[in-house]
Design a protein around this ligand. Structure first.
Ligand SMILES: Cc1cc2nc3c(=O)[nH]c(=O)nc-3n(C[C@H](O)[C@H](O)[C@H](O)COP(=O)(O)OP(=O)(O)OC[C@H]3O[C@@H](n4cnc5c(N)ncnc54)[C@H](O)[C@@H]3O)c2cc1C
Length: 471
């Protein structure tokens, strides 16, 4: 056997599973077709960590509740920014008030503390800047925001440091059960290799790999095709809100406003349509009436999904576990899913804990979080920390080099941006992208024309027009 366990897919679920299993004496690899782990996660650099009070689905509520606690612990342990901001789901009419009461009773039945119904005067105390007529709200002080990519990369780095083999740029093509009488396990064929393993944990969400008749089925059907339209506003909105606020407009539409982890406000409008900025501002005003078109700096769209997440371990006797479903709270749910899978594996494979497991992420410096003395000290050790590459977010060359050289280091411009925050400032990278390309090329011993944004078809520099020393 090449591996005890093969984890397929390096999204947040795959990375969280890799982290949990890296605590045990198992030979593990994770196969990811992209250049980086969790490449799809960071549509917006802020994710809401739910507490299980907002959903009518009991199973998802349970996963969210466990997941939110695990995320809080992980963020503390791995030094990931985590802000417990709290949320207000507002009601402006009697029908909505009745719905909130039902949600409150559900939260109580589920044993979720820190959730209460509040009237208009209490709402003013909790969120003084909320300037719309509200009858009632469901307040949860548990709801938090995090940068989701940082959580995934932290899980992945710790797993890699504890022996998990991350096989990037390798696409899973087929999974088939080993059929000999003496051996139990799977053959996994990828674009580069053929592996034998005892257990497969398939976290790839789109395709259904049917291992027992050796073929890949059609893509799973999309259950709900609603759009989530995001409108990001810089930190200059007058009286911006500190809490997450949700306003349900009608059966098709809700609007959410959330502070972002690095400042500014994210408005999300769920709707069946793709919305332009005018429509986005129109709906955003349902929560923040003072927002204008000029405040909006970016628009992002995603498909909104709320199908149930399922850990299908019905074939675990054969050694196959599959995680299915796409859900708006999948980041929150992922650590709980990973723990549940870990329990199955540990029990089923009789695995023992590693004595030398290190539950720690390698240190890194963030120039903008250091004081003058600390900055001078680190520049004395490595002068590259004194060379600022991203002026908007104050990211130094030293940080970029470190993020490339770390275990599972960045190999694309997006990888550098997500790890360090360079290029996410007000100039949207116009000042620093060229410099990041040159650093990546130098560190990877490649030509700048070979450096990609995030995938093999996304070259940044198409070619040279003159023979300068630098591009
Ligand atoms: C609009 C929207 C808003 C969201 N907001 C939140 C939020 O506020 N809070 C929250 O908790 N969650 C949120 N989520 C959920 C979350 O961001 C994503 O759903 C989640 O990151 C998906 O994680 P995953 O690991 O399951 O899947 P993916 O990230 O899709 O991971 C699967 C991985 O498998 C890889 N892969 C695919 N095919 C192959 C193959 N053949 N071989 C090898 N690798 C392969 C892919 O490259 C990918 O890296 C939101 C989602 C959406 C769509």
């Amino acid at each position: 056997m090449d591996y005890d366990v093969l984890i397929l897919g390096g999204g947040i679920v795959g990375c969280a599973v890799a982290y949990e299993l890296s605590k045990y004496n198992l030979n593990i690899a994770l196969i990811e077709k992209g250049y980086d782990v969790a490449d799809d996660i960071a549509v917006v650099n802020t994710t809401i960590v739910y507490d299980g009070s907002e959903t009518s689905n009991e199973v998802m509520a349970g996963f969210e509740n466990i997941g939110s606690g695990l995320i809080r612990e992980a963020c503390e342990k791995f030094k990931i920014p985590y802000k417990k901001v709290g949320s207000l789901r507002i009601a402006t009419n009697d029908a909505q008030c009745a719905k909130l009461e039902e949600m409150y009773l559900n939260a109580k039945d589920r044993g979720i503390s820190g959730v209460k119904l509040v009237n208009d005067s209490e709402i003013k105390e909790i969120e003084p800047n909320l300037d719309i007529e509200v009858k009632k709200a469901l307040y949860s002080k548990n709801t938090a925001i995090i940068a989701p990519y940082h959580l995934s990369i932290a899980y992945a780095e710790v797993a890699a440091d504890n022996g998990v083999n991350f096989r990037l740029e390798e696409e899973v093509l087929n999974i088939s059960k080993i059929t000999t009488k003496t051996t139990k396990g799977f053959d996994v064929i990828t674009s580069k290799n053929k592996f034998k393993c005892k257990v497969v944990i398939n976290t790839i969400p789109d395709e259904i790999y049917v291992y027992d008749n050796n073929r890949i089925e059609e893509k799973s059907e999309e259950i709900i095709q609603k759009k989530m339209n995001y409108f990001l506003a810089e930190d200059k909105i007058k009286n911006s809100l500190k809490k997450i606020v949700v306003n349900v407009i009608d059966e098709q539409t809700f609007v959410i406003s959330s502070p972002m982890i690095n400042g500014g406000t994210m408005f999300g409008v769920k709707n069946t349509n793709v919305l332009d900025t005018n429509k986005g501002v129109y709906f955003s005003k349902c929560i923040v009436p003072s927002v204008t078109k000029e405040d909006i700096s970016e628009m992002i769209r995603e498909v909104y999904k709320r199908d149930e997440m399922v850990i299908d371990n019905s074939k675990f006797d054969d050694g196959y576990i599959r995680v299915t479903g796409k859900h708006y709270g999948k980041v929150t749910i992922a650590p709980a899913i990973a723990q549940s899978i870990r329990n199955d594996i540990v029990y089923g494979m009789n695995s023992t804990l590693k004595k030398n497991f290190v539950d720690k992420r390698r240190e890194f410096y963030r120039f903008k979080n250091l004081n003058r003395d600390e900055i001078n000290e680190i520049i004395n050790l490595d002068r590259r920390y004194g060379n600022i590459i991203c002026a908007c977010n104050k990211v130094s060359e030293g940080e970029i080099v470190d993020c490339i050289r770390r275990p599972l280091g960045a190999r694309t411009v997006e990888g550098v941006k997500k790890r360090t925050g360079a290029g996410y400032g007000n100039c949207h990278g116009s000042y620093c992208i060229r410099k990041i390309v040159n650093i990546l090329a130098r560190e990877m011993d490649k030509s700048p024309t070979d450096i990609v944004r995030n995938s093999k078809d996304s070259k940044i520099v198409s070619g040279r027009i003159k023979e300068f020393d630098e591009v």
